[in-house]
Design a protein around this ligand. Sequence first.
Ligand SMILES: [Zn+2]
Length: 40
Amino acid sequence: MGQKVKCLNCGQTIEGDLKGTFIQCKCGKIAIDQTSQYVR
Ligand SMILES: [Zn+2]
């Protein structure tokens, strides 16, 4: 399934799905899409 990333800034865990949905944590520090994760 999708990958999970926990934001160390706000503590929220976001989980990507397989539809390519772009998801950001509530503080916007990290985001995830279908194939990649980003840390800003
Ligand atoms: Zn965050």
